[in-house]
Design a protein around this ligand. Structure first.
Ligand SMILES: Nc1ncnc2c1ncn2[C@@H]1O[C@H](COP(=O)(O)OP(=O)(O)OP(=O)(O)O)[C@@H](O)[C@H]1O
Length: 251
């Protein structure tokens, strides 16, 4: 049994079926990737797992440790240990960086906060007292968000395009955070367009137009990035030339 299970989950937004009858099983302590072309429904899947407003009225069931989480709020899901690393720390804008990082764990010590900052490659002396605001660069904000996840120590963490908008140095820190979370036994769900990120996973799901097209070990799913997209009969199936950027990633 997986730690997080989708049982025939479908979701309509604005009259369009965005997720279609998905049966997914995320195994405890594994790193899963969710891949697929633009508009496949990957971010919608993440929002639906988190139970964000507008995404809660899905058909089918989502179970965490065997119990339905349908109807639970984002905060209730977060308290169970399910969290999403947002693209940017938008919550609590203006809070001190240290307070922001400690917010997910009542009583978090300065040492824990500093250790998390160091893990993402930000000097505590320089960053802990700064504000979470627009004076931080996009990459810094992303790393601060990751530091908050390290302190929170969730059971399931979703990361939506963890390597987008960050430089090579920051990407390496993000990858080392993924490795550390994996070592701790955290279940990780990586939503990605990047073959490099996909390589960090053990197992991947391929979505297209809200449908699960394939699932399997990463090594096999990497073929998708190599230009061998599996046959798709959807009327709007994108041309392969639209999909691949020629550098091992997809557009
Ligand atoms: N509120 C909404 N109303 C109608 N359609 C929506 C809504 N939100 C998302 N969609 C559509 O749902 C589809 C899936 O969007 P989603 O953002 O989940 O895709 P994605 O796989 O994450 O794409 P990308 O790789 O481009 O980020 C898209 O066609 C999008 O336009």
């Amino acid at each position: 049994m997986g730690i997080l299970e989708f049982d025939k989950v479908s979701l309509e937004l604005d009259g369009h079926r965005i997720l279609n009858n998905l049966d997914l099983d995320f195994w405890e302590g594994h790193v899963h990737a969710v891949v697929g072309p633009n508009g496949a429904g990957k971010s919608t899947l993440a929002m639906t797992i988190m139970g964000l407003a507008g995404y809660e009225h899905h058909e089918g069931d989502i179970r965490f440790k065997g119990k339905s989480i349908k109807g639970l709020t984002v905060n209730q899901r977060a308290r169970l240990g399910i969290t999403l690393a947002w693209q940017e720390p938008a919550r609590f804008e203006g809070l001190g960086v240290g307070a922001f990082i400690g917010a997910g764990k009542p009583g978090a010590s300065v040492q824990e906060i500093d250790a998390a900052l160091e893990l993402v490659g930000l000097s505590p002396g320089r960053y802990r007292s700064r504000r979470v605001d627009k004076t931080l660069s996009g990459g810094e904000r992303k790393r601060i968000e990751l530091a908050s996840i390290i302190v929170m120590d969730p059971e399931v963490v979703l990361m939506d395009e963890p390597d987008s908008g960050v430089d090579i140095e920051a990407v390496n820190y993000i990858f080392s955070v993924i490795d550390q979370l994996r070592e701790k036994g955290t279940t990780i769900i990586l939503i990605t367009h990047s073959a490099e990120v996909l390589r960090r996973s053990d197992h991947a799901f391929l979505l297209c137009h809200g449908n699960l097209m394939d699932k399997g070990p990463t090594a096999r799913m990497l073929a998708y990035f190599g230009g061998k997209c599996i046959p798709c009969t959807h009327k709007n199936a994108p041309e392969l030339t639209e999909l691949f950027d020629g550098k091992g990633g997809i557009q």
